[in-house]
Design a protein around this ligand. Structure first.
Ligand SMILES: Cc1cc2nc3c(=O)[nH]c(=O)nc-3n(C[C@H](O)[C@H](O)[C@H](O)COP(=O)(O)OP(=O)(O)OC[C@H]3O[C@@H](n4cnc5c(N)ncnc54)[C@H](O)[C@@H]3O)c2cc1C
Length: 385
């Protein structure tokens, strides 16, 4: 076991670190305060940095690297804001991987290159008003009529909603109940019968587009079917890597909060000396560091073991659950180090605390991760019904 990065990985990480600090960090407050979306024009800079399609095959314009390389980049970017890491998330661990893993050659050639150039990003649409954790209750229906599918239904809380060009929509394709009847189909923005609900106003992650997707007799060419009925297990396998991306968002936020608290504790004085000289503050910082390091190791293990493939459900669920939990704790501790200023919107840690709160819900709640972990540990799937 080797805990050192390769020379290429070290240099890549350093360049992403500098890009995050110099180019993106100055924009972060505006994204949060104005709820402004990441400007499409900046994506060309991500392309220049080699940040889009890190894990996608070189043949289609990707970098052909591992999930671990994507994790390294996301961690550096999420340190300044999870929004900054979003384009990497979407193009390296998001639903485009479903196309890469299970699509036909024609589908890969159509959908992957525009993701790697940032021209057309893909969002994932699983959740419905009446099917969140109980995902296999989903009712959005796709019916084949000649050369196209007709889709009816509604999706909720879709990150990238209204902004992304493509949506990997989980649909029910027959009367078969539960996972059996589910498949995955790409719906393009602008398809007839496809509209968006109003943008959500979330506690954090402000500036991340999110809304309902509404399908009313929506027409989609049959060539857009990526995973046919009965392939729910494949959709979930691809989701094992998305889970590592979600975990890395929490890690990056927590690391950013720790760094901010370290700096502040050395500058702020109380009782005539820097507050870092008080053991009470040192213990806060030490506890934060232990949590960040432990989350980092769990995520790295899951990603390194995935290699060019996918992580295991056990390692990715352990990593996500732990990182999501410590993301909340570490940002809260950072706020404490900042005292009254931590509670003020003039300082960054209240934003980090708010941003940390979405990840333990998104991508499967921390309760559902524990269900995964227990199931993998005990070698059984436990029906929740
Ligand atoms: C910031 C953010 C981004 C998101 N992005 C997307 C996206 O891009 N695409 C998408 O499809 N969805 C997305 N979602 C939706 C997210 O996946 C769901 O909110 C999540 O799966 C939970 O579903 P729910 O909200 O319906 O909660 P529910 O399923 O109603 O759960 C409510 C509570 O009950 C608990 N619970 C439910 N069942 C069990 C059980 N069996 N055991 C123990 N506890 C249980 C849950 O853990 C939770 O605490 C996003 C959500 C957020 C907050």
């Amino acid at each position: 076991m080797d805990f050192q990065l390769s020379e290429e990985q070290r240099m890549f990480k350093q360049s992403v670190h500098a890009f995050a600090d110099e180019r993106l960090a100055p924009l972060v407050e505006e994204w949060d305060k104005k709820g402004a979306f990441l400007d499409h024009s900046i994506l060309s800079e991500y392309v220049d940095m080699g940040l889009l399609g890190i894990t996608l095959p070189e043949k289609y314009g990707g970098a052909g690297l591992t999930a671990f390389d994507a994790v390294l980049a996301m961690e550096e970017l999420a340190r300044v804001s999870p929004l900054a890491a979003m384009p990497v998330f979407e193009t390296s661990v998001g639903p485009i991987r479903v196309v890469e893993l299970f699509g036909t050659e024609e589908q890969k050639e159509r959908f992957i290159p525009p993701a790697c150039t940032g021209e057309k990003l893909m969002a994932v649409a699983m959740t419905e008003p009446e099917a969140g954790s109980a995902l296999t209750d989903l009712t959005t229906r796709a019916v084949l009529e000649g050369d196209h599918f007709v889709i009816n239904g509604q999706k909720r809380f879709i990150t990238g909603g209204g902004y992304s060009d493509y949506y990997m929509v989980y649909v029910r394709m027959s009367d078969a109940k539960g996972a059996k009847g589910i498949g995955g189909i790409v719906v393009e923005k602008g398809s007839p019968g496809f509209t968006f609900g109003k943008q959500e106003t979330f506690m954090g992650l402000r500036g991340t587009p999110s809304c309902d997707l509404i399908f009313e007799d929506c027409i989609v060419p049959k060539e857009n079917l990526i995973v046919p009925e009965g392939g729910f297990v494949f959709l979930m396998q691809a989701f094992d890597v998305e889970r590592c991306g979600n975990a890395t968002m929490s890690l990056g936020i927590a690391w950013g909060a720790l760094e901010a608290a370290k700096r502040y504790a050395q500058e702020r004085k109380a009782f005539g000396k820097p507050i870092c000289e008080f053991q009470g503050v040192q213990f806060l910082l030490a506890d934060m560091a232990m949590k960040v390091e432990a989350a980092r190791l769990l995520i790295y293990r899951a990603a390194v073991n995935a290699g060019l493939g996918l992580p295991s459900i056990y390692e990715s669920s352990v990593a996500k659950c732990f990182a999501n939990e410590i993301g909340k704790e570490v940002t809260d501790m950072a706020l404490q180090v900042f005292g009254g200023y931590g509670y003020s919107t003039e300082y960054p840690v209240e934003r980090m605390l708010r941003d940390s709160r979405g990840w333990p819900v998104a991508g499967g709640t921390v309760q559902m991760q524990r269900v995964n972990i227990a199931g993998a540990m005990l070698g059984r799937r436990f029906s929740q019904r």
